[in-house]
Design a protein around this ligand. Sequence first.
Ligand code: B1M
Length: 214
Amino acid sequence: MTTPEEILQRLYDETLLGNAPEVLDLTHQALALEMEPQTLLFDALIPSLEEVGARFERGDFFVPEMLIAGRAMAGAMEVLRPLLADTGVQTIGKFLMGTVKGDVHDIGKNLVNIMLEGAGFEVIDLGVQVAPEKFVEKIIEHQPDIVGFSAFLTTTMPMFKANLNALQKAGLRDQVIVMVGGAPVTQEYADAVGADGYAPDASATVKRAKDLLQ
Ligand code: B1M
């Protein structure tokens, strides 16, 4: 019989290899053993993607390896999503979210969305490569309490400022709270561009978003 520890190790290994069918199968096996979705996420899937990134930096992995590992993780997230988000709490605010223009990373953004939904936010996800004018258009359409910009590359972080300028120009800056985040983003950077809030990870985003709504 497979133990929870063995499943976690295999989930880590198979995500690293980008073996999507196996990752999906292991996710189901883990849930059948009543393992917590959070354990799969924080003790196997996220550490595995961190290792993928480290190997990419060392030149041991290339973009295709990153891509298939990302897809394997995304497959598991589809299964975990309803379990992580299903808390039955009431809606506490509307959150419009998107990855900035020029950036295709979405796993981290999607995880933030799941945690926000789980905490009671209504989340409207604009997807990836969202241009400033699209954010403006959707803020007018949906009237969110908070808009969130995700950026995962040092080269796309400057889009925060471009988005904020677009909001200012459209006369929307005072109507919506702006949060920023993503792997290379820091509190200092968030302050420098004039965002209202920053968080380093998904659970901290929930906490910060709730604080900002007070
Ligand atoms: Co890319 N990539 N990638 N990549 N990729 C990184 C980000 C990188 C750090 C890898 C590395 O070098 N170690 C590096 C960026 C370096 C930098 O600029 N500092 C990098 C690079 C260089 C690139 C390309 C340029 C590679 C190339 O083409 N030469 C290219 C860029 C494409 C583009 O966007 N234009 C590229 C492409 C890709 C893939 C498409 C292959 C794939 C993306 C798949 C996908 O997302 N659908 C990919 C992947 C998988 C990664 C790594 C390995 C994993 C990212 C991930 O999902 N992490 C990544 C290395 C790494 O991060 N370890 C890497 C797990 C996720 C849960 O964490 O994304 O940090 P994270 O999200 C967190 C927080 O950031 C925070 O909460 C999330 C959950 O806890 N957060 C917020 C996110 N958004 C927030 C918003 C908030 C608050 C918090 O408020 C609004």
